[in-house]
Design a protein around this ligand. Structure first.
Ligand code: AMP
Length: 188
């Protein structure tokens, strides 16, 4: 038989999970304190997760700002080493102009980066000039090939982060091809 205590605890928990808050004064008996502490523990855990996420976002933003400082100094990026095969990558598609490889830190079941093999000043999309029209088209078409190869042609997202406020961290133009899960809008 379900006791009054456990019903009250369930109500508290229900309130917590739907609103993220514990409503004060719902306690119906002194015996509920144990439930309260476990719920408080859940709340503390949730707060820790938020703090963690906030600090990850902060780190990402700081890294993006730092990366932007050297964006246009012409120095090779990590992607140049991937193109030259100096460092390994999981290649999904390659032709003479374009390379597509799996992101080392995926944010979706499918997360592939599509890059031009020759950077030609395209550290970021914001640097594009008319002469880049052909390679920009090739990159987009390669994104479609990647989506087909990865089995996500029916639903996928292509993202280009441009500059520090978009958290760009590598200054060699790249398209993120994302899919394999439900995407949400607006993006963060
Ligand atoms: P962005 O933040 O838009 O500049 O994206 C850069 C992406 O490059 C990030 O998603 C990283 O996870 C990814 N990345 C960095 N180093 C590597 C690597 N060695 N292999 C694959 N992906 C990488």
């Amino acid at each position: 038989m379900i006791s009054q205590k456990s019903m009250a605890a369930a109500a508290l928990l229900r309130n917590y999970t739907t609103t993220g808050r514990i409503v004060a004064g719902v306690r119906t008996s002194p015996g509920l304190s144990a439930h309260h502490s476990s719920i408080n523990f859940l709340t503390a855990n949730r707060a820790r997760r938020y703090l963690c996420r906030a600090s990850a976002t902060h780190d990402e933003e700081a890294a993006a700002k730092a990366a932007a400082i050297n964006a246009d100094n012409g120095a090779p990026t990590i992607f140049d080493k991937i193109i030259s095969k100096e460092i390994p990558s999981a290649i999904v598609y390659e032709d003479d102009k374009v390379l597509a490889f799996k992101d080392i830190n995926p944010v979706a079941p499918v997360h592939v980066l599509v890059i031009p093999k020759f950077r030609d000043g395209l550290t970021q999309l914001g640097k594009a000039e008319q002469r880049h029209g052909e390679i920009l088209g090739q990159l987009l078409y390669a994104a479609r090939i990647v989506a087909e190869k990865e089995g996500i042609l029916e639903g996928f997202r292509v993202v280009i982060n441009n500059g520090p406020s978009a958290c760009q961290s590598v200054y060699h133009l790249h398209l993120h091809v994302l899919g394999g899960r439900q995407m949400h809008w607006p993006p963060g």
